[in-house]
Design a protein around this ligand. Structure first.
Ligand code: SF4
Length: 209
């Protein structure tokens, strides 16, 4: 990464962390993926039960593999025949791992979901939520974060899952009502009533979609 962009991200992360603190959430800065993995594992005690939605950012920093192979009770959705049973087990987990579709530079988190298992677990359920967020997902305000979620994150996710949505073929949101739409539920997390529940690790790298 260009040195000027790296420094700009570092300064921006400090601003985001202040914003998160003002919303009763915790923010952390990691200069690279390795440091992000270390920080995440410090937040997740061994023997914890841990679950996640599909989270490319977690995969990219090596967290998903570390949780699967380490001394954790990893609730692996792919091992369940009944997806609903996996979701319900996930709500009782100690820790939920996620990224965001976008966030603002003053600490508001934006997430869009099709089945709502991810946004519902973020809103309520697991005792702790740990977000892994590349600085590419930080936007200037709620409008631009929502635009990013619908025009960058959603099309990539629709393509990843092979869905028949307009954004999957054009890369742009058409506000569709397709049966395959992944834009069913929108979660804006602007404050946490529960101190020490929401933790956001900002990584000075490009992660996820
Ligand atoms: S509303 Fe439809 S077209 Fe727009 S991002 Fe969501 S799935 Fe894609």
């Amino acid at each position: 990464m260009n040195a000027n962009v790296f420094k700009k991200n570092e300064l921006l992360a400090a601003q985001v962390i202040k914003g998160l603190q003002s919303r009763n959430m915790s923010g952390y800065y990691a200069k690279d993926r390795e440091e992000a993995l270390k920080l995440a594992l410090e937040l997740i005690p061994e023997k914890s039960s841990v679950t996640m939605g599909g989270c490319t950012s977690s995969d990219e920093i090596g967290l998903t593999d570390a949780l699967k192979t380490g001394d954790y009770n990893f609730i692996d959705r792919s091992k369940y025949e009944d997806r609903r049973a996996a979701m319900i087990d996930g709500y009782t987990a100690d820790v939920f791992i996620s990224s965001v579709n976008a966030m603002t530079d003053d600490g508001i988190l934006i997430n869009i979901d099709g089945n709502a298992n991810r946004v519902s677990a973020i809103a309520q359920g697991p005792k702790k939520v740990v977000f892994i967020v590349g600085m590419n997902k930080v936007c200037a305000d709620t409008d631009s974060a929502m635009k990013r979620a619908r025009n960058v994150a959603a099309p990539s996710n629709a393509q990843r899952f092979g869905l028949s949505t307009p954004c999957a073929s054009t890369g742009k949101c058409f506000d569709c009502k397709s049966p395959d739409t992944i834009c069913c539920q929108f979660l804006i997390t602007r404050y946490s009533r529960h101190k020490d529940r929401i933790h956001v690790i900002l990584v000075n790298d490009e992660l996820g979609f």
